[in-house]
Write a protein that binds this ligand. Structure first.
Ligand SMILES: C[S@@+](CC[C@H](N)C(=O)[O-])C[C@H]1O[C@@H](n2cnc3c(N)ncnc32)[C@H](O)[C@@H]1O
Length: 222
């Protein structure tokens, strides 16, 4: 979701205490809970949070969990920051960054759970390396997740979902749940928090695909 460039969004974000400055974020690698949140609560991140509806809702529901929302574009991130400014929450922060560099920002085993919601599908084959569910990204997530850490991935894009499931083959992940119609899956839909895209696409009648996978011990491919 790339919103039209909002003038001043970069400066606004740079001035917000909710957004960790790009120049210092790597210095918190390995100590986010202690140094940023001042507690030992679990750390959960959403990569490609868009305007932040999902992660701010989770932060309000679970005050005993630390949340970090990651988004590449300032104009989009701005909306999430403003949501929390309007309704302050102590357990959420934001990073404006490309997920490519995720292992520079989080230490080994530091993250408890990763959410990937309605990731950009990048339909052209030559752009497959940008898909956030490809093997290269899975390898990075494997590093930063704790043992038995979880990834939850939702999309309405069947091609991206099929690709994502294929990418798991031969890799050290255990599938805990998988559905091709989340909203009609009694078990997997329990406590589902809708994202902006999920609301929009399910209202159009699109089924929502989801997998939940758990990190297993073992070497990842590349
Ligand atoms: C289609 S939107 C979905 C937004 C939100 N998760 C939702 O479900 O409503 C995908 C978002 O991921 C962001 N994004 C895509 N690739 C990214 C990357 N490599 N690093 C960080 N954010 C990324 C985009 O800028 C966009 O805001």
């Amino acid at each position: 979701m790339r919103l039209k460039n909002i003038k001043g969004s970069r400066e606004y974000i740079a001035a917000s205490s909710l957004v960790i400055d790009e120049d210092v974020m790597a210095s918190f690698r390995g100590c986010w809970k202690e140094k940023v949140f001042g507690n030992e609560n679990p750390l959960q991140i959403e990569i490609g949070m868009g305007k932040g509806k999902f992660i701010t809702a989770l932060a309000a529901l679970h005050p005993d969990v630390n949340y970090i929302g990651i988004e590449k574009y300032s104009s989009t991130l701005l909306r999430g920051v403003q949501k929390v400014e309007e309704n302050p929450l102590p357990n959420i922060r934001f990073l404006r960054m490309d997920a490519e560099g995720i292992t520079d920002i989080f230490g080994e085993g530091e993250v408890d759970r990763i959410y990937l919601n309605f990731s950009d599908p990048w339909p052209k084959d030559r752009h497959a390396k940008r898909r956030l569910e490809n093997k290269l990204f899975l390898k990075k997530y494997h590093v930063i997740l704790k043992d038995d850490g979880i990834i939850e991935f939702k999309t309405d894009n069947v091609n991206l979902f099929d690709f994502a499931v294929e990418e798991l083959k031969g890799e050290p992940w255990k599938v805990l749940g998988i559905t091709r119609d989340l909203h009609h899956d009694e078990k997997m839909n329990v406590n589902n928090v809708m994202t902006e895209y999920e609301e929009k696409f399910s209202a159009m009648g699109n089924p929502i695909y989801k997998y939940v996978i758990e990190k297993q011990k073992g070497a990842t491919g590349s």
